[in-house]
Design a protein around this ligand. Structure first.
Ligand code: AHR
Length: 499
């Protein structure tokens, strides 16, 4: 097989990789919150699951989105504050929850619990407000409860509930998938709702709050919809100065690829589908730029990841965690690095037990899935300057006319090192990759390399007994005349640090 060649253009900076690009998402769905982050109603213990919290803290996640998802537009935040025994039990319109698979919400885990978790694990909260079935007053009240430092009834309620200082929540999402589960709105309708909500949530900025708020609107994988939303939202007297800091979309892939039954051709199509995120980022950016030519609006992908047919509402969207899914996450994180000039955040779905979770629990056990290892390996990119890479890779033609580039890469730099990540997305064969770093002639003394998943089958399911076998291992690198050469086994991911 011909070598793949990667050239890192160390002087061709793209932009800073916002640490928030490695963000996460947790919803009141299945066993994500109850039996995931918080003990199940059935457990004798009440409160956080320390085993999960400790795994999440080690991950140094920069931002966590909550409480949904579709649940966000069905959630009334005041149900989830105050003494736990007085909180109302409600229907969860979208999802069965906890281990009982009953679509009900106990409200045991609410705003103060979520924000305490975020502080404890050192992550920024991102709250999604209820636009679909809520109103702007409720949303503005939530901001006041969380962030206001004065003597109002809501600020004092927060104090009575045990929290003296404002939390300073910066990220506020106005709704979730409002083109679908969040109210089935047309772009024009959502733009009107967005303007109403943003007026009351966002106009408090700088007047009564100590912290700047960043307001986030929901977009769609239908880019005509995004364009119409952008045109409408800025069509009043406020024009493009309207409070809108980020526009999001969601990208799930693998809906037709059963983990249990798939073959190698389907793995190829699955990975190619993951890489379609590249096109979506370009198209949503184009929709923003076409309308908001004089200001920066960031692109957020606030739900993404593998969603296989195994995940159904009846099982709380649970599916096996495999190396294949982890490989797709590496490929997507490389794409995000290439778009660091427009992207401001991403949130993989979901943190614990649901969809492409990073942490899984079973009874008293909690463990890291292979995707967790990918986030660890990619962590050195956070806060670096992304630089251009050229990848000359073999490409596999797929039977649906698509194609899969078999080798991928991205690179970033800081004052002390260059960090390069490489993927071999080929589930059949290994590839030899030559890496040239423009302007640098590394030698073995100043290069460290790690690899994930060498000698692991791509479809191995990970559980508490084998989870440790997926940790990163040292990778051998040959260096000749400043060119690094690595042999990457099939379905592996490498991280190379050059000091
Ligand atoms: O993550 C599961 C669901 O997928 C979310 O609730 C919704 O936003 C998306 O459709």
């Amino acid at each position: 097989m011909t070598n793949a060649r990667v050239t890192v253009h160390t002087e061709a900076g793209i932009d800073r990789i916002a640490p928030e690009m490695h963000g996460h998402f947790s919803e009141h769905l299945g066993r994500c919150i109850y039996d995931g982050i918080w003990h199940s109603d059935e457990d004798k213990e009440v409160g956080f699951r320390e085993d999960v919290v400790s795994l999440l803290a080690d991950l140094e996640m920069p931002v966590l989105r909550w409480p949904g998802g579709c649940f966000a537009d069905d959630y009334h935040w005041e149900d989830g504050i105050g003494p736990r025994e007085e909180r109302p039990r409600r229907r969860n319109l979208f999802w069965a929850q906890d281990t009982h698979e009953v679509p009900e919400e106990s409200n045991a885990f609410g705003t103060d619990e979520f924000l305490e978790l975020c502080e404890h694990i050192g992550t920024e909260p991102y709250l999604a407000v209820n636009v679909g079935s809520g109103d702007p007053q409720e949303a503005a009240d939530w901001v006041e409860y969380c962030n206001y430092d004065g003597e109002t009834e809501l600020a004092n309620r927060r104090r009575e509930n045990g929290r003296e200082d404002p939390y300073g929540v910066r990220y506020w999402g106005l709704g979730n998938e409002n083109w679908g589960c969040g109210g089935q709105m047309t772009p024009e309708q959502y733009a009107r709702e967005y303007r109403r909500f943003a007026t009351y949530v966002g106009s408090m900025d700088n007047l009564m709050l100590d912290h700047d708020l960043e307001l986030i609107a929901c977009g769609f994988e239908n880019h005509k919809w995004n364009r119409r939303f952008m045109e409408e939202v800025g069509s009043t007297g406020w024009g493009v100065e309207f409070p809108l800091d980020h526009l999001t979309l969601h990208h799930y892939y693998g809906r037709t690829m059963s983990v249990a039954e798939a073959d190698e051709d389907q793995y190829d199509r699955f990975l190619a589908e993951a890489l379609e995120i590249d096109d979506h980022i370009e198209r949503i950016s184009a929709a923003i730029d076409a309308v908001a030519t004089t200001r920066d609006i960031g692109v957020i992908i606030d739900e993404w990841g593998a969603w296989h047919p195994e995940s159904v509402p009846e099982n709380g969207l649970e599916q096996p965690g495999t190396v294949l899914d982890a490989l797709s996450a590496a490929a997507v994180l490389d794409v995000f690095n290439h778009h660091s000039d427009v992207m401001t955040m991403s949130n993989i779905a979901q943190t614990v037990n649901v969809l492409q979770c990073l942490v899984e629990t079973d009874g008293d056990d909690a463990w890291a899935r292979p995707t967790y290892r990918v986030f660890d390996l990619y962590a050195p990119h956070k806060d670096n300057e992304a630089v251009q890479t050229s990848v000359d890779t073999p490409v596999r033609k797929l039977d649906d006319d698509g194609e899969l580039p078999l080798v991928g890469a991205s690179a970033s730099i800081n004052d002390d090192e260059i960090y390069v990540t490489l993927t071999n997305l080929d589930c059949r064969e290994s590839h030899t990759i030559d890496v040239t770093l423009e302007g640098t002639t590394p030698d073995t003394e100043n290069v460290d390399a790690k690899v994930l998943f060498a000698n692991r089958d791509v479809d191995t399911e990970v559980d508490t007994d084998n989870a440790d076998e997926f940790e990163a291992e040292n990778l051998e690198i040959a260096i000749d005349d400043g060119i690094l050469t690595v042999e990457l086994a099939s379905s592996t991911v490498a991280g190379i640090a050059i000091r």
